[in-house]
Design a protein around this ligand. Structure first.
Ligand SMILES: NC(=O)c1ccc[n+]([C@@H]2O[C@H](COP(=O)([O-])OP(=O)(O)OC[C@H]3O[C@@H](n4cnc5c(N)ncnc54)[C@H](O)[C@@H]3O)[C@@H](O)[C@H]2O)c1
Length: 409
């Protein structure tokens, strides 16, 4: 039986571990968070993701997946740890290099190491150089004539909420330090993926991921910018986009309160950091999307001026519909700022979290309780529960609908 050690048991690593374990791999999951390790070993999951809980319960019960505090010897290693931004918007790769330092003692000739964390161009080679320094006894690809280790980069493109399906169905690209490394990495994904596994070099694969997310960000920025232009012109943006999209070659995305999550709102900065002179459109798109949250806050202030003392209820905190992920969420940022702007006047409804997140000075209400409040409703996330709300429940409220589900004509 082939063994794989997956480092980082979060939104990417845990589903990958569970899917691999269900397809014949013996999987060692590793996380520095002891609660995640305990939760997984209990057959439970520390995140919200449809279909993942049943799968983890099964593979843990079968003994195919165990979680550990430190890397275990295996045929293959996958690194899926966070790569956030530093305060000055540069890629923070400490977790990746910490993971590499932790796995280095477990490396054996014949092993493959795959980096899945979203990373700037050059990171896979930097990982190779770090491992070479830690394990001078092992021949590294691109350095030794007969390398002992294969090193590849494989970006993850799963959509939260559909991860189990997309892990298997999506096409992937695997970039090797050498062509042989790409083959070794691709063999892992071909053991469970139905999508095509395309081979390339490491730098291309690294930039593919960043490019995909910058493309999304730029396109959403266009929709968000148009929504602010339409507001100034007194035009309903939802009708505007619906009508413009009847042009055979126009396909404008839907605007929102900004862009969140730790991918689309973060990764474009990796490109701007590496190519500040060239990446002008990508930088501007980031700024437009960040500004949309400021615009929404301004709409609430204008409504509050017209209705002094009216309670404000924010619907949704997550960065997108039907997930519990609050990272980089513009909805959370807007709610936080409004709670500070109107002390005691703001409440929030977020069906996917159990308690208000730190720094949010507003009570967390159930949907029914929130809908009973008078005053100003700020719809920030298009959760299914909000879509199902009969519009009659909004009667008499001033509705600021950033997602077009409560007011779109
Ligand atoms: N979430 C997504 O939808 C998504 C999609 C594509 C790519 N990515 C990328 O995948 C990577 C992982 O993202 P995620 O959403 O799974 O993150 P996450 O925060 O959900 O999970 C990462 C896990 O790694 C653990 N960890 C941190 N440092 C560690 C270390 N040195 N050793 C072992 N464990 C460690 C953390 O405790 C955490 O449980 C990031 O680079 C992200 O940008 C995420």
């Amino acid at each position: 039986m082939k063994t794989v050690c997956i480092i980082g048991l979060g939104y990417v690593g845990l589903p990958t571990a569970a899917v691999a374990a269900s397809r014949g791999w013996r999987v060692f999951g590793v996380d520095t968070n002891p609660q995640h390790v305990d939760t997984v070993n209990d057959g439970r999951i520390p995140i919200v993701e449809p279909d993942l809980d049943g799968l983890v319960r099964k593979v843990v019960a079968d003994g195919a997946l165990t979680a550990h505090a430190a890397p275990q010897q295996a045929d293959l290693f996958v690194i899926a740890v966070p790569t956030p931004l530093t305060a000055d918007r540069r890629p923070m790769l400490d977790h990746v290099f910490d993971a590499a330092r932790a796995l280095a003692p477990a490396l054996r000739p014949g092993n493959t190491v795959i980096l899945e964390s979203t990373s700037p161009v050059g990171t896979t080679h930097a990982l190779r150089d770090l491992l070479a320094g830690l394990r001078p006894d092992l021949g590294m690809p691109g350095r030794a004539a007969r390398p002992d280790i294969a090193l590849a980069y494989c970006p993850e493109r799963v959509l939260p909420g559909r991860v189990i399906t997309e892990l298997v169905e999506n096409d992937r690209c695997v970039g090797g330090v050498t062509a042989a490394c790409a083959e070794a990495g691709a063999a892992f994904y071909e053991s469970f993926a139905r999508g095509e596994v395309l081979r390339t070099d490491a730098a291309t694969a690294e930039l593919v991921k960043l490019t995909e997310n910058a493309f999304r960000d730029v396109n959403i920025a266009f929709a968000n910018e148009i929504s602010m232009v339409a507001a100034r012109a007194g035009v309903d943006v939802w009708s505007l986009i619906r009508l413009a999209n009847r042009h055979p070659r126009v396909n404008i995305l839907q605007p929102g309160p900004g862009v969140g999550g730790h991918c689309v709102a973060v990764d474009p900065w990796f490109i701007v950091d590496a190519a500040p002179e060239e990446a002008r459109l990508i930088r501007t798109a980031r700024e437009v999307n960040d500004h949309k949250a400021v615009h929404v806050r301004g709409l609430v202030h204008a409504a509050a001026r017209a209705m002094p003392g009216a309670p404000i209820t924010c619907f949704g905190l997550a960065f997108k519909a039907d997930v519990d992920d609050l990272r980089e969420s513009p909805a959370l940022e807007i709610a936080r700022q409004l709670a500070d702007d109107f002390p005691g006047g703001v409440a929030v409804v977020e069906p996917h979290v159990a308690r208000p997140p730190p720094g949010l000075a507003a009570p967390l209400l159930g949907l029914e309780e929130g809908l009973q409040r008078p005053g100003i409703f700020v719809l920030l996330v298009d959760h299914a529960a909000f879509r199902r709300t009969p519009l009659v429940r909004l009667k008499g409220r001033h509705v600021i609908d950033t997602r077009g589900i409560w007011t779109a004509r």
